[in-house]
Each structure stands twice: as C-alpha cells, then as structure tokens.
Design a protein around this ligand. Structure first.
Ligand SMILES: CC(C)=CCC/C(C)=C/CC/C(C)=C/CC/C(C)=C/[C@@H]1[C@@H](COP(=O)(O)OP(=O)(O)O)[C@]1(C)CC/C=C(\C)CC/C=C(\C)CCC=C(C)C
Length: 596
C-alpha cells in the first residue's frame, strides 16, 4: 500500500478542479450539472472494461506500493477516480470557454441535393463523409495493430476502443464540431491535454504507473512521455469535448425548432437528445436560424451592455431576450432614423398594424407575414417575424409605441409655428415617458422569465415583482437620458423636465444651443439621483426571481447602471458624445454581479 498515486490527485487534479469550480460556480446551471453527470457516467462505463483489460493483460501496471489497495475489476480506486476527475475538469473548461457562445446560430439547414433551388450547405455532408472515412480507416488500422500483436498493441487498443465513439459523435454533431469557434473546440482539448501530459510525464518518471515493454512503440513525444500516453490523453479529452458539443448541438436543435420538437422538458432524456441529433438538417427552419443570427448580430453591434448580459442567460430565455431586444432596437431605429416626421409616424402606424394583426385585433385576413415582407425594409423583417409574441402580452408593446410617439412630439418649429414643442413639462411626464419606453421593456423581460421558469408564485407576488421591474426600467431610462443629453440635443430633444430647466434659469432653446456647462451637470446629477433612488427601491425584487435568473438579471441591471456611476465621476470617458464603461470595468461589474 502507498500514497504515490493519491498524491497525483492531491497535487494536480484536485487543485485544478477546485480552481475551475470556483471560476464557473456563478454560471453553473442545473443543466450543466446534468451534462457533466451524464458525461462522467459515460466515461466511467465505457473506460472501465477497456482499462481492466489493459491491466489484466499487463499492458500497463501499478506497483503495489504506490496505490491504496481497493480495486474494481482490477482497476485501482485512484485510476477510477482519474476517469471522473479528468471528465469533470475538461467539462468545466469547455463550459467556461463556451459560455459566451449562442449555439443555435451555428445550426445549418442543409438542403437535399435534389432541391429545386439547388444544394445549400452541401459541403457539410461532404465533410461529414470525409470524417467518417478517416475515422473508419483509423479503427481498421487499430484493429490491424492489435491483430499483429507486439509493439503496436497498446496503440492499437487505444485507437480501436476510442475510434467508434469518436466516429459516432462526429456523425451526430459534425456541424458543431466544425462550425463552433476554436475557443470552444480546440482550446479545451489542447489545454486539458497539455496539463495531463505534464502530470503523466511526472508520474511515469516516478514510476507511479508503468507501461510494460513489448506492447508499446517505444517512441517518446518528449523525455518521459510515451507516445501512447500522449495519444490516450488527447483522444480522451477529444471524446469529452465532442460529447459536450453533441449535447449542446442537440439542445440547440430542441430549443430552436419548436415545430419539430414541441414539448421539450428542461432536462431532455438521452433518447430525446439523440432523436434531435438524428433529425435531418434539411428539416431545420432556415428562416428561424437567420432570424436568430440577425438578432445576435444586432445586439453585438448596437449594445455592448445587453450583448454581454445576454451571454449569461441560458437556453430559451437567452434566445427570447435576444429576439425581444432585436425587435425593440429595430422599432426604435425605424422611428429615430426616419428622414421626416411623416415617415416616423408612418413607421409607428405600421408597427401598430403589425401588432394588431399579430394579436388578432384587426379583422383582416391578410397574414402578418405578408404585411411584414411588403411594408418593412429587409433588414428589419426577421426581427418582426421572429418576435415571440405567443407568450408576450400586447399592452407593453402598444405602450412602447406610445413612448416613441412622445419622442416625435419634440417637433422643430414648423412654418408659421414659433415655439418648440416639448412633451415633458414636469417629473410626472418624465416618469410617464420612461414607463412607456423602458418600464414596458422590463415588463416584457419579466414575462419571458415567468414563461420559461414555471414559478410556484401567487398572482400578487408576480405583480409585485413586475412593479419593481418597471421601476428598475425607469432607473435605466433615467441613466440613458442623463448619458445622452448632448446626443439628444442634436436630435432636437431635451428629456429634462421644463420645470427643472426653469429652476436653473435655462430654456429649451438654450439647452439645444449648448447642452453643456455647470447647470446642465447639476440637472444630470439630479436625474442620476432619481435613477439610483429607483434602482435602490427595486433591486431587492431580483432576489425573488428563480435562482438561475438572478445573477444574469443583476448583470443586465448593473452593466447599465455602471454607465450612471461613470457619469458621476469627474472627467469620465466619452465616445461619440456618450459616456462609456471601459471593457475591463464592464467585465468586473458582470463578475461581481454574478457572485453577489
Ligand atoms: C440581456 C438582454 C439581451 C436583454 C434585453 C433587454 C431588452 C429587450 C432591451 C431593449 C432595449 C431597447 C432597444 C428598447 C427600445 C426603447 C429604449 C431605447 C429603451 C432604453 C434602453 C436603452 O438601450 P440603449 O442604450 O441601447 O439605447 P439608445 O442607444 O439610447 O437608443 C432602455 C434604457 C431601456 C432598457 C430597459 C430594460 C432593459 C429593462 C430592465 C429591467 C428589467 C430587465 C427587470 C428587472 C427586474 C427586477 C425584478 C428589478
């Protein structure tokens, strides 16, 4: 009996597991636990018979004075534990690196070769076939090496055992294995493998485990690292990462195409996951995939705070928040970027008609889709088509449009009309405006949360969370106004209440002429004061949301409120007339929000 092998775990595998757990803990979801537990089970079940065979045939051995003693099928307990901890560590590294990835956008609808509009994404089938041929050849070579016996035996056993698993995972998830960013595929494999190569070199040198001569090639990758060991760790890490990729691929299919899979439980069974992967890619809804890509691109381009925040949400909620963001952004831009007041009013009328049709208020036979394709510009169409209206109530959308109408009330003096018009006379108007453009957004976000997490909560409890959410929306909107005073002035808009201007001896015209100076700064801080009061009053309600939503929701709120904190600092950073939060600071805020 000895402690040598246990010490390998104490010194190398445990500390890494502890570090990765610490880093990933704030992001860990129940679904992640399900993924890791499934992978660990598969790893133990598939490796045990093979490892037992190797030990019984003395291809590798353990001196009795380095292990504790207990064995299962001749495999020392420490070795069995290695299967578990290696799978755990590599899985956590993969989860950490792939967290920002929104998987559905990597799905590809493959048109059948005989499709009237010709093949689309036909190269994917070719890559699949090519991979299958390479793996089949590998398996055959492995079997040949075992048959020949002698020095190629151990290498042959590694290849012949792992080949079928890799080939299966490749055949099921080749779209993701090829298409995902390298940071999700190659990086976790390479980093985990390098770490294990170093541990293995140390263990082999100290004689903790021994590879017998006669069945190994005798080639070293570097001093002390046998080629078989190097290949073994590379292949096992590849299997773990491919397994997780296949899992994410299946989840993406299940969560993206409700027409193909209408009832998806929160933790889909292995059978359902396999069924999803076996679904022909020609059946994927291409418009849906394009809609999701469009929404992700838009949030990446238009709002760094919301884009960063979206990456900490998971599954269907993440998807729907992105789609909601995209719709809100497109609608706001259509109105703001219109070249005339008439055009802006027309967009609002069309958006209202879209809502009427979607929510069935208009007795028209014309389907909303036709209307969208005819009346809206191509780059806006997908965001309207994909809006998840089936589980969002119409009122907040109509109110949002009323908020946009208030924006239009900031009219330039038209011919014959002397005075500038201004819809925000006092704080009541300011609150009404903020309620319409941001309170509504908060309400819609919370409706999505309530839909995706079936909560055992009374109507009253839900309503009190909704009211707090609306107040949080106000806080964000006040920060938005405080940030954009000079940007808005260029568009002829001043959201500061007229009574506030009067108190400072300012007029609408004077602010439009020069939206800077100490008096403006005083009003900016007054508005920020209101923002932070509303924020303090409502942030407690976040803790009443489901555990998995709390951290991400705090990230959304804190990332935006941080703009307000920056504005309160003297000499804050300004980009295109707007105060910005530096990237590192944003990351720190997100990290703190998740760990609170
Ligand atoms: C994570 C994620 C992708 C969330 C999506 C949130 C979402 C749907 C945002 C829509 C934003 C938008 C474009 C709305 C149109 C109206 C508008 C302009 C509102 C202002 C947003 C400012 O965005 P931005 O700075 O990009 O805009 P401009 O450059 O000025 O055009 C707003 C400030 C409103 C934002 C309000 C929210 C996101 C609501 C926040 C509140 C909650 C989520 C509820 C919190 C819950 C509790 C219980 C407290």
């Amino acid at each position: 009996m000895g402690f040598e092998y246990s010490l390998v775990h104490v010194k190398y595998t445990f500390p890494l597991a502890a570090l990765l757990t610490l880093l990933y803990r704030p992001l860990l979801t129940k679904l992640d636990v399900y993924k890791i537990a499934s992978l660990v089970t598969i790893a133990v079940v598939s490796t045990t018979p093979w490892d037992s065979y190797l030990i019984r045939h003395r291809i590798w051995t353990y001196p009795s004075d380095v292990i504790l003693g207990p064995k299962l099928f001749d495999i020392p307990a420490e070795e069995l534990f290695f299967f578990i901890i290696q799978t755990y560590n590599t899985s956590l590294l993969y989860l950490l690196l792939s967290r920002p990835t929104f998987h559905p956008v990597y799905l590809r609808a493959e048109r059948p070769l005989a499709h009237p509009r010709g093949p689309k994404n036909a190269q994917w089938r070719f890559f699949n076939l090519l991979g299958q041929l390479v793996f089949a050849y590998g398996i055959k070579s492995g079997i040949d090496m075992i048959r020949d016996g002698g020095r190629g035996t151990y290498m042959g056993l590694i290849i012949a055992w792992s080949g079928p698993f890799i080939m299966l995972l490749w055949s099921l998830a080749y779209q993701f294995i090829i298409g995902l960013p390298l940071s999700n595929t190659a990086t976790p494999i390479v980093l985990s493998t390098l770490y294990l190569w170093i541990i293995d070199t140390l263990a082999l040198k100290r004689g903790t485990w021994v590879i017998e001569t006669g069945t190994k090639l005798g080639i070293h990758l570097w001093d002390g690292l046998e080629i078989e060991e190097a290949v073994f760790f590379l292949i096992t890490n590849t299997l773990i990462v491919f397994g997780l990729i296949a899992f994410d691929n299946a989840l993406a299919i299940l969560q993206t195409f409700p027409k193909l899979f209408p009832d998806v439980p929160p933790y889909p069974s292995p059978l359902l996951l396999v069924r999803a992967l076996l679904k022909a890619a020609s059946e994927y809804d291409e418009e849906r995939i394009r809609g999701l890509r469009d929404a992700v691109d838009r949030s990446r381009r238009k709002s760094r705070s919301f884009y960063l925040a979206s990456s900490v949400f998971q599954g269907g909620l993440r998807r729907d928040l992105l789609l909601l963001y995209s719709f809100c952004r497109v609608s706001d831009d259509l109105v703001d970027d219109a070249t005339s007041m008439t055009e802006a009013r027309e967009w609002i009328a069309k958006l209202r008609q879209f809502l009427d049709m979607t929510y069935g208020r208009l007795g028209t036979a014309e389907p909303a889709k036709q209307f969208i394709l005819l009346e809206f510009p191509p780059d806006a169409q997908l965001s309207l088509l994909q809006l998840p209206t089936q589980y969002l109530s119409p009122e907040p959308f109509y109110d949002l449009l009323r908020g946009f109408e208030m924006d239009l009330a900031f009219a330039k003096p038209s011919q014959g009309q002397k005075k500038l018009s201004h819809p925000i006379s006092d704080e009541v108007d300011l609150e009404l405006y903020a309620r319409r453009v941001a309170g509504t957004v908060a309400e819609l976000c919370l409706e999505l949360v309530f839909y995706h997490f079936k909560l055992a909560m009374s109507k009253e409890e839900k309503n009190s969370i909704l009211q707090a959410g609306i107040r949080m929306g106000l806080a964000l909107q006040y920060v938005n106004i405080a940030r954009d005073i000079s940007v808005d002035a260029k568009m002829n808009r001043v959201y500061l209440p007229l009574v506030w201007l009067k108190e400072e001896g300012l007029t609408l015209e004077s602010v439009l002429r020069d939206p800077n100076g100490p008096r403006i700064e005083k009003l900016r801080s007054r508005l920020l004061g209101k923002a932070f009061a509303s924020y303090e009053e409502s942030r407690g309600a976040i803790e009443k949301l489901p555990t998995e939503v709390r951290g991400p929701m705090r990230v959304v709120i804190e990332s935006y409120m941080e703009i307000g904190r920056v504005l309160r600092e003297e000499g804050h950073q300004v980009k295109a007339g707007k105060a910005t939060v530096p990237k590192l600071r944003r990351m720190r805020v997100a990290w703190k929000a998740l760990n609170r």
